[in-house]
Design a protein around this ligand. Structure first.
Ligand SMILES: [Zn+2]
Length: 293
């Protein structure tokens, strides 16, 4: 297991959390994990019905990507060259290429091949190793990716290297202030940690290693020389596709799944006014070197 000892947002020592792999920062509320990824690990892939997962998330993701692209446009990027890190099936690339000159990077070989076969410019590999040293972009986007990569500071350092002056980094990720995450935390404190482990994607090919909130995310970005240009929240759930989404990685029976579906579907109107579980941040490379605390 990886040893994570310091908070990436404020450098304070991390404390033990709710599970053996869970860590939290007492100073800024950042949460992290020592969970390890198993991309290209066939055994873990078998746990997910990829087709069902894709179907369940498609409409919601497309709606959120449209919102995100509107915010990226409003941040007035200097140029049109856009990199999508961990682009998966290329849904964001498909939307973004109507406005930008796009490139995707995807670590899962099979997924990258499928996207390429659909005519999308996707390179197989990891960020930043899949890039040439002198490749530069105006925008680097992480859609549901940043929370999976250990070493947040190194990732932002690599972004600075591969961004042109005034370039934008765009992070779209789950929030520790979200309603579902808070409910899962409460349940885990009460002794029922299933939903909490689900939020961290324990046992899935690429579990979460970070949970940020708007304030500590802004702090992390500032520490690494980025100025926040825009931030906000995105929708987590829609009724359409909800059942498939609950079912896609569930080990429980059909009855439990239907009960879960009914409970969440009933709560949807209330959830619309509660804190959302996805946040985004758009930040610009600052003029000076990365600031240190
Ligand atoms: Zn901290």
């Amino acid at each position: 297991m990886t040893t994570v000892t310091r908070c990436p947002a404020c450098e304070a020592p991390l404390r033990a959390g709710l599970r053996p792999w869970h860590r939290r920062c007492a100073q800024c509320d950042y949460e992290g994990s020592t969970l390890e990824a198993g991309i290209n690990d066939d055994a873990r892939h078998a746990a997910i019905d990829e087709a069902a997962r894709e179907d369940a998330l498609h409409d919601l993701r497309m709606a959120n990507f449209t919102t995100l692209l509107r915010h990226i446009g409003a941040a007035r990027p200097e140029g049109r060259r856009l990199l999508d890190v961990g682009c998966a099936h290329g849904w964001f690339l498909e939307l973004a290429r109507t406005q930008f000159d796009v490139l995707g990077i995807e670590p899962d070989g099979a997924v990258a091949r499928t996207a390429t076969q659909r005519g999308l410019p996707v390179r197989h590999g990891f960020f930043p190793d899949a890039l040439a040293r002198d490749e530069r972009f105006d925008i680097i986007v992480f859609n549901d990716v940043f929370e999976h990569i250990p070493g947040a500071g190194n990732v932002l350092g690599a972004c600075r290297t591969h961004l042109r002056p005034e370039g934008l980094v765009v992070l779209n990720l789950p929030s520790s202030r979200g309603t579902f995450y808070r409910l899962a935390t409460l349940l885990c404190r009460a002794g029922s940690c299933g939903p909490f482990e689900r939020m961290w994607q324990v046992g899935l090919p690429s579990p979460h290693v970070h949970y940020f909130a708007p304030a500590n995310l802004a702090r992390l970005l500032a520490r690494h020389g980025f100025e926040l240009a825009d931030s906000g929240t995105l929708a987590t759930l829609r009724r359409k596709g909800l059942y498939t989404r609950i079912a896609y990685a569930d080990r429980h029976g059909a009855v439990a799944r239907r009960l879960q579906f009914l409970a969440i579907a009933t709560m949807l109107p209330a959830l619309a006014v509660l804190p959302r579980d996805i946040i985004f941040a758009i930040a610009r490379v600052g003029a000076g070197p990365a600031s240190r605390p």
